[in-house]
Design a protein around this ligand. Sequence first.
Ligand code: PRP
Length: 217
Amino acid sequence: MLNEDRYLTFALGKGRLANKTLELFERMGITCEEMKDKNSRKLIFVNEELKLKFFLAKGPDVPTYVEYGAADIGVVGRDTVMEENRNVYEVLDLGFGKCRMCVCGPVSAKELLLHHERIRVASKYPNIARDYFYDKKHQTVDIIKLNGSVELGPLVDLSEVIVDIVETGSTLRENGLEVLEEICPLSARMIVNPVSMQMDRRRIQDLVGRIRAMLGS
Ligand code: PRP
């Protein structure tokens, strides 16, 4: 099969990032009408003219689809790229979905961090938390994996601090918690399967160039 006849497949992290990505594509003239039907239970959407396929997946699964080549290209938050640590190329910072990965907790936990106490850290991101505390800070901690509403950790004495995403900061404020340390800034990233990058370099680079130009303007 000629490369030109091959579909380029995109895995988009469900939710706000996928909507923003589709908006961006639409501005570039890449549309997928059937994807806009909110009542549809369809999982894969095709643009026959441009030979593109799109599917929505849970954020943490996006790097998995891309690493195995089930999708050529993925769009997902940098938090997920870091946490999953898959064999994919990160080719573009899309600039939207900006937020920060932080260590948060009650102000009283500041002392514990300062003195490198052996504390409990609750997070949806155990790998990011481990890398940060063990490799960067050389602090031994106990990491407790949660799947959401991580701010509960310090409130119910599951943990002293959390490692989580902070966007507006209102979840922290409403629960008497604060940002204690900033780990890194986050935003949406475009990732590519390494084999697809070899096979379809021209098409992928052309697309990345067009997106970059669109974001710059
Ligand atoms: C995310 C994150 C924080 C919150 C931060 O949670 O885990 O809880 O958003 O946003 P803010 O700084 O604007 O308040 P999400 O809503 O994705 O749900 P989850 O807690 O169930 O993971």
